[in-house]
Write a protein that binds this ligand. Structure first.
Ligand SMILES: Nc1ncnc2c1ncn2[C@@H]1O[C@H](COP(=O)(O)OP(=O)(O)OP(=O)(O)O)[C@@H](O)[C@H]1O
Ligand SMILES: [Mg+2]
Length: 252
């Protein structure tokens, strides 16, 4: 039985989908079997990040009993499977915890990881995926508004008995006003599993419909996502260094 982990945030737009896609690609790089599920049924965009916005069969069809889970599962060349949600307004729905639970447990049977791309906020949609998952990763940015919402999210995870594994601190710019790793850990009372820098390669990768982990494997953000995936596996990760980067460091 695989681990079922929701990637959640209180505040929207902090990088849940980017993190889901890239941790999935990084775990696949480490030869793990992964399925990423878009449980953000109101503003779904996992498929958009992977270049396939219009899938014929989606999570909504499975929930409504119109299709089997296998029919809604697609392989992405980055090495993992995806269960997308329909992006059209006509398929808009709020999933119930029990509906998601059925899908998550069905999928988890023969994979190592089920990564759930959650909706933002603290509404019913977010609650459903947090309650249906066993574990949660809090995705946030190093700023007060995102951290305050992350704190509330943590309380909610406690209420539903979902283990809060820790924090992915995304879009770090090392600016003076930013919260440091230590202050985030103190504020949220959670370990920081890893940080990811603001990196324009992430945006180019999305435009090129791929995780940055496969699009720019030697980039800073790619190595940072791999290090987060290694941490989930309880392993140390030594960053990928390109031949050019190695030559450059010898010259220095
Ligand atoms: N590390 C990063 N470096 C640069 N840009 C980033 C990074 N992470 C995220 N972004 C940018 O932020 C945007 C929002 O990220 P993403 O869609 O993953 O957020 P989200 O939390 O899933 O949003 P929502 O709450 O709407 O689901 C991306 O489209 C990308 O342009
Ligand atoms: Mg998202």
């Amino acid at each position: 039985m695989g681990r079922i982990i929701a990637l959640s945030s209180g505040k929207g737009g902090v990088g849940k989908t980017v993190t889901t896609v890239n941790v999935a690609a990084a775990l696949s790089h480490f030869n793990k079997k992964v399925v990423a599920i878009d449980a953000n049924l109101t503003t779904s965009n996992l498929g958009l990040h992977l270049g396939i916005p219009l899938y014929p069969v989606t999570l909504q069809d499975v929930i409504k009993g119109k299709a089997r889970v296998e029919d809604s599962t697609y392989f992405h060349p980055a090495g993992f499977r995806i269960i997308p949600a329909d992006v059209s307004l006509s398929k808009l729905m709020l999933p119930k915890t029990s509906e998601l639970l059925n899908v998550f447990y069905d999928v988890a049977e023969d994979v190592d990881f089920v990564l759930i791309d959650s909706a933002a906020g603290l509404g019913k949609e977010t609650v459903a995926s947090i309650e249906a998952a066993d574990e949660m990763i809090t995705v946030t940015n190093p700023e007060l508004s995102a951290l305050t919402d992350a704190l509330k999210l943590g309380k909610m995870a406690e209420r539903y008995d979902t283990k809060n594994l820790g924090v992915v601190l995304n879009r770090v710019r090392n600016e003076r006003h930013e919260f440091s790793k230590e202050s985030v850990e103190d504020f949220l009372e959670l370990p920081v599993l890893g940080h990811v820098h603001e990196d324009q390669n992430v945006r180019s990768a999305i435009a090129n419909k791929q995780p940055v982990v496969t699009y720019r494997p030697y980039s800073k953000s790619s190595n940072q996502f791999k290090s987060i995936a290694a941490r989930l596996l309880g392993e140390e990760y030594s960053p990928n260094v390109s031949l050019f980067q190695r030559m450059f460091s010898w010259l220095r």
